[in-house]
Design a protein around this ligand. Structure first.
Ligand code: ATP
Ligand code: MG
Length: 379
């Protein structure tokens, strides 16, 4: 059902009369934060943050609460002064320009519609500020509501719309003024999982259709990985890594990125002589960039759930402690000696004989994601 609705929406807007499709990749702009610093007392909300978003690109900024995502977005929008550094749009330094001169569209985390205006008037609001006449305003606002699949709800007030519909109106309102850049601050966080996934696809479709340079802030790694051209991972005001989703997931530059993007198990291991490492009784290569650990060193290695082989084995040293069935796959938690627990993903078909309490053998199937100093043990 959801798919059908989406195709229809795409076809409607694809007729070309609704939305000026002229704002394609050729007219898209590059956006840059250059060494931006913003301090609140002792806290560095932005710690010399540099980030470039290429024309027409969607970058997702991912990071834990308080790491500076909203501050970065607000600095870009001009809603937040930076202490030092620069903001550039299309190569032009806009650091000193007020928000309305930067030509950005913004959608916030909390619903921010005007409660006393209909959906249509909410969307047309920005155009009124730009002194567009009433007919142009209504036509353009109508086109945008159509684009987000809400043509039939244009006369409704915000309280007559669901959360997902309200966020669609907010998106249409942000797009109405044909911004050069779209900034989205956790626009889906208040929505339930299904609406969230639907709207995520919708935002991506519209963003690609309009070729609009977009910064999308989220703390949801699945959202970031599934929508973005590139994902930037932030911690404590700094960009830890930026890359295409598979790169950030498969080749994290540090333990923080590995643990924040996707789930990992942390397992003690011993470095061997030949660039290998002994993990759960099996010798596997160290990650390529990490051959600096001296032989004999004890490290923690990080492994994704799909990087383990788990088999029922009466002589195995592991015991299954939890098991969850997720349709095509099965997640199992396995306690292994040394008070370590690993979480592994198996094809559901392979896990029929693996229940809670089953003795299993568990070993890594390849090089770990990352090796790091052992975490200080809690004595
Ligand atoms: N106006 C302010 N005054 C003082 N400290 C602030 C202010 N705004 C933000 N901060 C601090 O700056 C840091 C970054 O805040 P920011 O809102 O950018 O985080 P965030 O990554 O968006 O977090 P969340 O995921 O919770 O929205 C936090 O430590 C926050 O407490
Ligand atoms: Mg925030």
């Amino acid at each position: 059902m959801g798919d059908v609705g989406q195709v229809q929406t795409a076809e409607r807007s694809g007729t070309g009369v609704h939305v000026r499709a002229g704002r394609d990749a050729a007219s898209a702009v590059r956006v840059e934060l250059v060494e931006c610093e913003r301090r609140y007392g002792a806290v560095a909300a932005l710690d010399r943050l540099s980030l470039t978003i290429e024309p027409g690109e969607l970058v997702a900024l991912l990071g834990p609460s308080g790491c500076g995502k909203t501050t970065a977005l607000r600095a870009l929008a001009g809603l937040e002064q930076i202490d030092s550094g620069a903001v550039r749009i299309r190569g032009v330094d806009v650091t000193a320009l007020p928000p309305h001169r930067r030509e950005l569209g913004m959608v916030f985390q909390a619903y921010s519609l005007f409660p006393n205006m209909t959906a249509l008037d909410n969307v047309g609001f920005g155009l009124r500020l730009r002194k567009a006449d009433a007919r142009t305003r209504r036509a353009r606002a109508g086109d945008l509501l159509d684009l987000v699949g809400l043509a039939a709800q244009s006369a409704r007030f915000p309280h007559e719309l669901s959360g997902g519909q309200q966020q669609r109106v907010a998106l249409a309102r942000a797009l109405a003024v044909e911004p050069r850049v779209l900034l989205l601050d956790e626009p889906l966080s208040a929505l339930d999982a299904k609406v969230r996934a639907q709207l995520r696809d919708e935002i991506r479709r519209i963003q690609l259709e309009l070729g609009i340079t977009t910064l999308f802030v989220t703390h949801d790694q699945e959202e970031a990985l599934s929508m973005a051209d590139r994902v930037g991972v932030m911690a404590a005001g700094r960009l830890q890594q930026i890359g295409v989703p598979s790169e950030v997931y498969e080749r994290p530059v540090n333990a923080f990125v590995a643990e924040f993007v996707g789930s990992v198990s942390r397992v003690p291991a011993t470095v061997g002589r030949d660039g290998s490492v002994q993990v759960l009784g099996r010798r596997v290569p160290l990650p390529p960039a990490q051959s600096a650990f001296a032989p004999g060193t004890t490290v923690d290695v990080l492994l994704r759930p799909e990087a383990f082989a788990v088999r029922a084995d009466p002589y195995g040293l592991g015991v299954v402690t939890r098991r969850s069935f997720l349709g095509p796959v099965l997640h199992v938690a396995v306690a292994v000696p040394g008070q370590v627990e690993v979480v592994a993903t198996l094809p559901a078909s392979a896990g029929a004989d693996i229940g809670v309490g089953t003795a299993v053998s568990v070993e890594p199937t390849g090089a770990p994601l990352f090796a790091t100093e052992p975490r200080a043990s809690v004595a």
